[in-house]
Design a protein around this ligand. Structure first.
Ligand code: ADP
Ligand code: 5GP
Length: 204
């Protein structure tokens, strides 16, 4: 049975566990294709250019931005991030589901372009636990850690703009909830154009 591709957009304050949850979702649904963003942030150990991000200089990023290359872009924690438009169009038109890991401002912009997406927000169980996770990850300097924690309140205040919330308290439970949201999004009638007509024709 043919189904149209869907946009699955996930945002969260940094450290809430979004990467962990999305890794689990992608493992279970390899057909969910990741939208690789561009960024001016330096690669972290283990990150691969073209797989995790397209790592660009600020000059290259701004040049692309000014030619309308991005479906959305934002400055997050002092770096530029953006979603290249072309791959999204190509993936959707070939019926693929596309996964976006973007910030709250970017999700807002993407909704202007793709109203039909599913927009999910991941919440930490508490501020203390968010701080603990950010520190425990060991990828942030004390300054970026403080900046990310400060930004979290602003991001959480925008949670009401999203279609679904997943509270990442227990990882297994949160993974179950995220899977449930994705499966529900895949069941939307508008993703099955002509299906009912085809079925009904068999009753003629
Ligand atoms: P994000 O992508 O949202 O910035 P990460 O997925 O990198 O966050 O998670 C931040 C840290 O918290 C990581 O060390 C991760 O292993 C840990 N973590 C994620 N989810 C949970 C959870 N439910 N319980 C405890 N630790 C978690
Ligand atoms: P990180 O530096 O930890 O990889 O990502 C920092 C933040 O930038 C995360 O909230 C992530 O979702 C967001 N982000 C990653 N790619 C994009 C993008 O293309 N656009 C926007 N708006 N945000 C992004």
């Amino acid at each position: 049975m043919r189904r149209l591709g869907l946009l699955f957009v996930v945002s969260a304050p940094s450290g809430a566990g979004k990467s962990t949850l999305l890794a689990a979702l992608r493992k279970e649904f390899p057909e969910l294709t990741y939208s690789v963003s561009a960024t001016t942030r330096a690669p972290r150990p283990g990150e691969v250019d073209g797989r995790d991000y397209h790592f660009l200089s600020e000059e290259a990023f701004l040049r692309l931005r000014d030619t309308g290359h991005f479906a959305e872009w934002a400055r997050v924690h002092g770096n530029f991030y953006g979603t290249p438009m072309r791959p999204v169009i190509d993936l959707l038109s070939s019926g693929k589901d596309v996964l976006f890991d973007i910030d709250v401002a970017g999700a807002d912009q993407l909704r202007q372009v793709f109203e039909e997406g599913t927009y999910v927000f991941i919440l930490p169980p508490s501020r203390a636990e968010l701080a603990r996770r950010l520190g425990g990850r060991g990828t942030e300097s004390p300054e970026t850690l403080a900046k990310r924690l400060k930004n979290a309140a602003g991001e959480i205040s925008q949670a009401g703009r999203f279609d679904f919330w997943v509270v990442n308290d227990d990882l297994d439970r949160a993974t179950d909830h995220l899977r449930a949201v994705y499966l529900a999004a895949r069941a939307r009638p508008r993703l099955f154009p002509g299906l009912v007509e085809e079925l009904l024709a068999q009753f003629d």
